[in-house]
Design a protein around this ligand. Structure first.
Ligand code: NAP
Ligand code: ZN
Ligand code: ZN
Length: 351
């Protein structure tokens, strides 16, 4: 087949509003699948990158790494997927496939050249990558996920980043029965953290700036909820958690939150703010605590997460928007005013 011209939404320059445009998707290679995208989630990382909060970006930039759609064509060597399959694509579309991390299914930590980002990156053939705010995408079958029956594509899309970014550390740090887990920040990532930690059997506390999201968080599976704007929260919860997963997109007083961990407790940071953080090392020394980070999850674990969510009967809580509302949605995400993930209906790009 010849390449496909896709309709997309792109940021033409750093911090510029996104606008409608077209991009070319490559001819299918041996192991490629062409995906007709149905929905694309808006992750806060899209905003960080479109606004160059993480360093220089490549423009025009088509963000989007929470992609759900249907396979519409397959390359000659494809064995894993067929036309009509419901599939997803997350934050990366390739990796070296040979290093220790890739061999272990931890492609997100690829040691040779790093993972190839779904957008704002250059792939291993030297072509720029463009993300999911578009009608089509072409991806190697080995970097494509299967969306289980029972999960509709709109609520499945945010699982490809928000879902796996919480599932991976919760699994790695053994969230489960008998564990007290706090999810810090009730946004796109955080709300998935509440659902997943609850489904894993942990006792879950939601920590949010205000009381505004209390009812929602309890409905999603939190056992407890506290507002971090209330100083009493920090005395009430001192030394109480085995694990805190920090999803906040801004710099925080890490010492205050580390004080909420038990002896041997861990804080895992997944939120990736623009500016550097600092801490007083006595916050970890004084109770043998750990401060760690975690990046999304590998392909194998992402499939495991999708199957886990389907088994437990949940996807993300979403607000579906047409593509012409992306810029407005960005402002609402920044204002922590989303319940709890914006998902773009890509049909609105096909008009
Ligand atoms: P989001 O929907 O905007 O959620 C972030 C939440 O952080 C907000 O809902 C808010 O929760 C809290 N928050 C925001 N500003 C705050 C402030 N100044 N002080 C205290 N709390 C604040 O964003 P997201 O899509 O979940 O992403 C969260 C972060 O994770 C971003 O930095 C993103 O780039 C990063 N990320 C990392 C990975 C990874 O692999 N490590 C993957 C995806 C995203 P409340 O309203 O409850 O206070
Ligand atoms: Zn993301
Ligand atoms: Zn590798």
């Amino acid at each position: 087949m010849t390449s496909v011209t896709a309709t997309a939404y792109a940021a033409p320059a750093p911090k510029a509003p996104l606008e409608r445009t077209t991009i070319e998707r490559r001819d299918l290679r041996e192991h490629d699948v062409l995906i007709d995208i149905a929905y694309a989630g808006i992750c806060h990382s899209d905003i960080h990158q479109a606004r160059e909060e993480w360093g220089r970006g490549a423009f025009p930039m088509v963000p989007g790494h929470e992609i759900a759609g249907v396979v519409s064509e397959v390359g000659p060597g494809v064995t894993k997927y067929a036309v009509g399959d419901r599939v997803g694509v997350g934050c990366f579309v390739d990796s070296c496939r040979e290093c220790e991390q890739c061999q272990a299914g931890l492609e997100q930590y690829c040691q040779i050249g790093g993972m190839t980002g779904t957008y704002n990156d250059t792939d291993r053939q030297g072509e720029k990558t463009y993300g999911g705010y578009s009608t089509h995408v072409v991806v190697d079958e080995n970097y494509v996920l299967r969306i289980p029956e029972g999960l509709s594509l709109d609520v499945a899309a945010p699982l490809l980043c928000a879902g796996i970014t919480l599932y991976s550390p919760l699994a790695h740090w053994n969230a489960g029965p008998g564990k007290k887990v706090a999810i810090l920040g009730v946004g796109g990532l955080g709300h998935m953290g509440i659902k997943i930690a609850h489904a894993m059997g942990a006792e879950v506390t939601a920590l949010s700036q205000s009381l505004r999201k209390k009812e929602d968080a309890l409905r999603l599976g939190a056992d407890h909820y506290y507002a971090t704007s209330d100083p009493e929260t920090f005395s009430a919860l001192a030394g109480s958690f085995d694990l805190i997963v920090n999803t906040v997109s801004a710099v925080l007083d890490l010492d205050a939150y580390l004080s909420l961990l038990k002896v041997d407790g861990s804080m895992v940071v997944v939120g990736a703010p623009e500016n550097a953080s600092s801490l007083n090392l006595f916050s970890v020394i004084g109770a043998r605590r750990s401060l760690s980070g975690s990046s999304i999850g590998g392909i194998r674990e992402t499939q495991e997460m999708l199957d886990f969510c389907a088994e437990h009967g949940f996807g993300a809580e979403i607000e579906v928007i047409n593509a012409d509302r992306i810029n407005e949605a960005y402002e609402r995400v920044i204002a922590s005013d989303v319940r709890y993930r914006f998902v773009i209906d890509i049909a609105s790009l096909r008009d």
